[in-house]
Design a protein around this ligand. Structure first.
Ligand code: GLC
Ligand code: MG
Length: 573
């Protein structure tokens, strides 16, 4: 071992690693890994990923340093919106397996120290849910389970919807029911009728679904589409947004003051938190967690955590989508810094930050921010304080897949004119395990979405087997580093050193961990002596870096190659 390497090892081993987090706090520094079950692993070779497939790959999670997995919906569903249209909330869809197989999955995960979080889709059911069928038919108990309203009549005497509300998936949010002679509300597809949260029976029925799965041993819920739970009771027309480029069929055409983020909606999240907290009080064990999905402005996002004074708690964390919504391939280092700081400045001290780079609704980070920037952004996400969320495939740098309109499945994009721009199929193609047929997703049946041709170069097996570095090895090294005291409790500061270079510094007493990330196309020399001392060493480097691990950088003059990213430890006196 050369001297420089030796110095680094001394540095590392003298850093404090803390003991296992308290059982109520386990989630605060956890890495959550989103599994998109349909595309993960297809054990019975029918083209659709399944729970047994996840079990077969269960060792991938501890090997990747993941603390918890969350599964996109696996419940009985006509699959109009890939399982986000549920017809039975307490039954696993036969395409994915059975409740028993889910039990096994939970046990297998738990025995490896991995928690399991389910997707809870409370805003709407499938139109094939028995509740909706009974509601359409006017069965007394279910009459008010959904949001029904009488038609209006226009000047020409035609029947028209009760107001101007638009669906997230385009066109009126109302669909006429001949049987019931009324319109029903659907903020998403017409096959996804909105539940009526002003009906206390519905509220209790949905709480009972949470309790049902808590009893089965799940560790929490990702709560889908929360902003849409309640709507204005008087069904008032929404004002125009006046955003350029939209017409009256587009969701963006209106300003959603009467259908999103109502005070009653926040209150419902706080009630659900009470349900999981009560469960822990009564049954013991580690915290069961809630994470909420709300694409909202920063102040509204914070309200989903609870009130600023903590007197009422909501989600353990409300997803921070800013690294998705603020950034694109042309973003500067300053844009990255602004996005991070916007979050850090807004979050009350009592709450825990989280960082998300991708999910099944947004283009993969490798595609959105550039395949050569994958390591840099994975480093950024892992080194920032709080929770890190990984979408399956990010750990290997998987890019969007290639999907034609004919192959597309996303109900929000069934129109050739908008397919390329809005389809979410691209980020949902099968996981790339190895270089065998269908990337190891199955043994040859046609997958529900095509496997990306890129799997020959980008797959888990190659990235594990390589003698050199790989996105996956970088990801594993980052996962290990996350239990370091500097990352658990160190201060955080981030700045742009040049137009393309981001510097993130975590500091705890005399120890620092610093990220230097050149996200640009050009090599650049930077002087980081303000933030990095001579007693530093490179701990993790992006796969395109030719620097020597363990060696120090010369703080006054570091040459960073295009897209190079370095995690440096620094022990300044
Ligand atoms: C959430 C899901 C998305 C789904 C929508 C309607 O945004 O992430 O995939 O289409 O809710 O359920
Ligand atoms: Mg299958």
């Amino acid at each position: 071992m050369c001297l420089k390497t030796f110095v680094l090892f001394v540095t590392l081993y003298s850093l404090t690693y803390s003991a296992r987090a308290d059982s109520q706090d386990w989630w605060k520094h956890a890495t959550f890994y989103q599994i998109y079950p349909r595309s993960f692993e297809d054990s019975d070779n029918d083209g659709i990923g399944d729970l047994q497939g996840i079990i077969n790959k269960i060792d991938h999670f501890p090997a990747s340093g993941v603390d918890a997995v969350w599964l996109s919906p696996i419940f009985e569903s006509p699959q109009v919106d890939q399982g986000y249209d549920i017809s039975n909330y307490t039954k696993v869809d036969p395409a994915y397996g059975t409740n028993e197989i889910l039990n096994t999955l939970i046990e297998e995960a738990h025995s490896r120290g991995v928690k399991v979080v389910l997707d809870f889709v409370p805003n709407h059911t499938s139109d094939k849910h028995q509740w909706f069928i009974d509601s359409v038919n006017g069965v007394e108990e279910y009459r008010d389970y959904y949001v029904w309203a009488n038609a209006k009549v226009d000047e020409d005497g035609n029947r028209v919807p009760p107001n101007n509300w638009i669906s997230v998936f385009k066109n009126s949010a109302w669909t006429w029911s001949d049987e019931r002679q009324q319109y029903y509300l659907h903020e998403f597809a017409s096959a996804q009728p909105d539940l009526n949260y002003r009906n206390p029976v519905v509220v209790e029925a949905m709480k009972n679904i949470l309790r049902f799965w808590l009893d089965k041993g799940v560790d929490g819920f990702r709560i889908d589409a929360v902003p849409y739970l309640f709507e204005n009771e008087d069904l008032l027309d929404e004002p125009l947004s006046n955003l350029p480029g939209y017409n009256s069929t587009d969701y963006e055409y209106l300003d959603h003051i009467y259908t999103q983020n109502l005070p009653e909606t926040l209150d419902m999240i706080y009630q659900w938190r009470q349900v999981v907290d009560d469960f822990v009080t009564e049954n013991g064990g580690d915290a069961r967690v809630l994470m909420t999905e709300a694409y909202a402005d920063i102040n509204t996002t914070m309200l989903y955590f609870g009130t600023a004074d903590g007197t009422r708690l909501g989600a353990h964390f409300s997803f921070n989508f800013n690294l998705i919504t603020d950034l694109n391939i042309n973003s500067t280092a300053q844009d990255v810094v602004d996005s991070v700081n916007k979050w850090l400045e807004a979050i009350p001290d009592i709450y825990t930050s989280n960082w998300v780079l991708g999910n099944h609704d947004n283009h993969r980070v490798a595609t959105r921010l550039g395949p050569d920037n994958v390591d840099g952004f994975n480093m950024l996400k892992s080194l920032l304080p709080g929770v890190a969320v990984t979408y399956n495939g990010e750990e290997i740098g998987q890019e969007n897949g290639e999907v034609s309109y004919e192959e597309g499945q996303d109900p929000s994009a069934r129109d050739p004119d908008i397919f390329d721009a809005v389809s979410r199929d691209f980020e949902r193609t099968p996981y790339q395990w190895d270089d065998s047929v269908n990337a190891g997703f199955n043994t040859g049946a046609k997958p529900w979405l095509p496997v990306s041709e890129k799997y020959h170069e980008t797959n888990l097996k190659i990235e594990i087997a390589t003698a050199g570095s790989s996105h996956y090895k970088v990801y594993q090294d980052l996962a290990k580093l996350r239990s370091n005291e500097v990352l658990l409790s160190g201060d955080v500061a981030i700045k742009a050193v040049t137009e393309d270079v981001v510097l993130l510094k975590r500091r705890y007493e005399n120890d620092s961990v610093v990220l230097l990330f050149n996200k640009g196309e050009e090599a650049v020399d930077v002087d980081v002596s303000e933030d990095v001392s001579a007693r530093n060493g490179i701990l993790i480097k992006s796969i395109n870096s030719t620097k020597e691990l363990g060696a120090p950088v010369l703080p006054a003059n570091v040459t960073l190659a295009a897209h190079e990213a370095l995690v440096i430890t620094d022990k300044s006196a």
